[in-house]
Design a protein around this ligand. Structure first.
Ligand code: AVJ
Ligand code: FE
Length: 475
């Protein structure tokens, strides 16, 4: 089998994606892999520092929820993965603390048990990740990161991009820990822009015409193993919500007794609703007739026009059934987000191949909440669907499974061990996802009961005239 990442990327090579954590400065498309790598690693580290310097030593070492690691575990785990894969494996160096591998092996110790491990303290963890980063900089200075480099970890600076994405993924996990943490607020960010004027005119749903499209990628230099390889998938025509389901719409489901009627729930979902006592999204609490929510230490009325957040897959699935609809499959979601019917090809993002900028999507923890539904018209897909990238992760109907031709790289514990019916796929990325880890092809997954993640959804339905349909769905 050909190795997609060492194949020449010449004319089909996408532009280098932005390394900016905050998504505010798009890197020039001509940026060399090594420059892109350095910027991406530095952006990730600034965000890690923001999330860990904003709390005291007690908050760093405490376990804020059995669902999460202590922040100081994430901190040193970031460095340990960088030491293991970048400094030792790709850089060929002895490394600093190979003895720490087992302490920070996510697969060996579940999150709930991590406080009992002999963890580095805050000062030790900070010194450790800084020392690893010095070695990383030396490796970057000495290796060839060209696309023709035969060593797959180094070609196009893949291993550097992989570790920048890994650090940003843990930053998002730490952001979820911040959201679970009880106490006065420590994070601040400007509010997202208000909804654009045309929101009231948007059609509720858009048509994605039937036919094949290219799912996954064989050319994106920093795509992770589960996004590979590109392959054609036949997707019958379907209708998709123009925007994610809002808090206001979800509150109607609650008010209509949605949590009390087994008709809307799968048997597993119904059992879970009762065992866990679910009555509303996580962090919501009753306030008279309405709802408040706690968000990063502040309590506020639930904003009706914002995409719903912190719902589990069972809740998303039940809402969709109540609405007479269903969740989109993963292939439907990716076709809506990438397929350009005029050009007959898949894009990197809904808006085109251009790296995400602040006008396209709510990414990078620039804001501490989703933007109102209907925001970011410049980030719309050809169908007119908005906010497919950014704001909230979107649950899909699909189990996490490998694409035809999948090969684990560089380790089975990134994706391979999670394939199967236990995990549902989420797509698109939330406001706390870095642009370096947000792509039309990027795949996330979690258990269907999880909702401390920044998860929302949109709904879909079959096109009655599938195959024969045409037009843009705007009627
Ligand atoms: C892709 C978000 C499911 O956090 O478990 C981090 C990412 N993998 N370190 C996770 C990940 C290894 C992963 N998810
Ligand atoms: Fe990890």
């Amino acid at each position: 089998m050909t190795n997609p990442r060492t194949t020449s990327t010449s004319s089909t090579s996408p532009a280098a994606a932005t390394p900016a954590a905050a998504g505010t400065s798009a890197a020039p498309a001509t940026q060399a892999p090594s420059a892109r790598a350095l910027a991406a690693l530095e952006a990730a580290r600034r965000r890690t520092e923001l999330l860990t310097d904003s709390v005291d030593e007690h908050d760093l070492t405490a376990q804020h929820s059995p669902l999460m690691s202590p922040l100081v575990w994430d901190l040193a785990h970031i460095g340990n993965q960088e030491e293991m894969w970048l400094v030792r494996e790709a850089g060929g160096r002895p490394g600093l603390r190979p003895d720490l591998d087992h302490v920070y092996d996510a697969f060996r110790t579940p999150r709930a048990d991590r406080p009992a491990l002999p963890l580095l303290g805050p000062a030790e963890a900070r010194a450790y990740i800084a020392a690893v980063r010095e070695q990383t900089a030396e490796v970057l200075d000495t290796v060839d990161t060209g696309f023709e480099q035969p060593e797959r970890l180094l070609a196009g600076a893949f291993v550097f991009g992989m570790l920048a994405q890994h650090e940003q993924q843990h930053d998002e996990t730490m952001l979820a820990t911040h959201q679970l943490r009880v106490g006065p607020p420590v994070l601040d960010a400007p509010e997202p822009p208000p909804a654009p004027a045309d929101v009231a005119l948007l059609p509720p749903e858009v048509l994605i015409p039937g036919g094949p499209f290219t799912m996954g990628t064989s050319t994106e230099p920093w795509a992770l193993d589960n996004e590979l390889p590109a392959h054609s998938v036949e997707v019958p025509g379907f209708w998709l919500d123009t925007v994610p389901v809002t808090n206001g719409a979800y509150a109607e489901f609650i008010a209509a007794g949605g949590y009390d009627d087994p008709a809307w729930w799968t048997p597993d979902g119904w059992r879970h609703v009762h065992e866990a006592g679910l009555v509303a999204p996580l962090f919501w609490e009753r306030d008279g007739e309405g709802w408040n929510r706690r968000r990063f230490g502040r309590t506020e009325p639930v904003p009706a026009d914002e995409p719903v957040l912190h719902v589990c897959w069972y809740e998303a699935d039940a809402y969709a059934r109540w609405a007479g609809r269903r969740l989109p499959t993963e292939a439907e979601w990716e076709k809506a987000a990438r397929h350009d019917p005029a050009a007959g090809r898949s894009r990197r993002y809904p808006w085109g191949d251009e790296d995400p900028g602040p006008e396209h999507a709510n990414l990078g923890q620039r804001h501490l909440r989703p933007a109102p539904a209907g925001s970011y018209p410049a980030g719309a897909a050809p169908s007119g669907a908005r906010q497919l990238i950014g704001d909230v992760w979107e649950w899909t109907a699909s189990d996490f499974s490998p694409y035809p031709g999948f090969a684990a790289f560089p380790y089975k514990e990134y994706s391979d061990v999670f394939f199967g019916p236990d995990y549902k796929v989420l797509r698109g990325g939330a406001f706390g996802v870095s642009p370096v880890a947000a792509r039309g092809t990027f795949r996330n997954w979690d258990y269907p009961i999880r909702r401390q993640i920044f998860s929302g959804f949109r709904t879909a339905r079959d096109d009655a005239g599938a195959g024969a349909a045409s037009g843009d769905g705007r009627g």
